[in-house]
Write a protein that binds this ligand. Structure first.
Ligand code: CO
Length: 134
């Protein structure tokens, strides 16, 4: 059911430093920062030929990445995002298979203006999974 890998997300303690690493050291094309208050993060996208890397920084008080950064103070891989054609059908399939959908199960609009959902890491090999409808 899942399609392409849309992006790998890396939580970082300092977005400007992360941008510097990817733009200067690795020579990648990096987007302008975007604040997503509804998701509690500030984000940039590193555009690679075959996928994207999302760098995430804490935004606001209740950022969902704050506990992760407490455990991983220098940053780390936070989630992977797979594309699906129909997010509601995908969600219903996940629930039928016994997987837990986070945040009440209603899709939110993600960084690309498309609906996204997150799935519980304990149900997916210890990795937080984002589904994005494309
Ligand atoms: Co993401």
């Amino acid at each position: 059911m899942i399609g392409r890998l849309n992006h790998v997300a890396i939580a970082v303690p300092d977005l400007a430093a992360g941008v510097q690493t990817y733009a200067q050291t690795l020579g990648a094309k990096v987007s302008e920062p975007q604040s997503l208050p509804e998701h509690g993060v500030k984000v940039v996208f590193v555009e690679l030929p075959n996928t994207k890397i999302e760098l995430l920084e804490v935004l606001g008080e209740d950022s969902p990445i704050a506990p992760f950064l407490e455990k991983n103070p220098s940053g780390g891989i936070h989630h992977v995002c797979y594309e699906v054609n129909d997010i509601l059908a995908a969600r219903d399939q996940m629930i039928k298979e016994g997987a837990r959908v986070l945040g009440g199960g209603e899709p939110k609009i993600g960084a690309h203006g498309k609906p996204v959902l997150f799935l519980h890491p304990k149900d997916f090999c210890g990795t937080l999974v984002e589904l994005e409808q494309v």
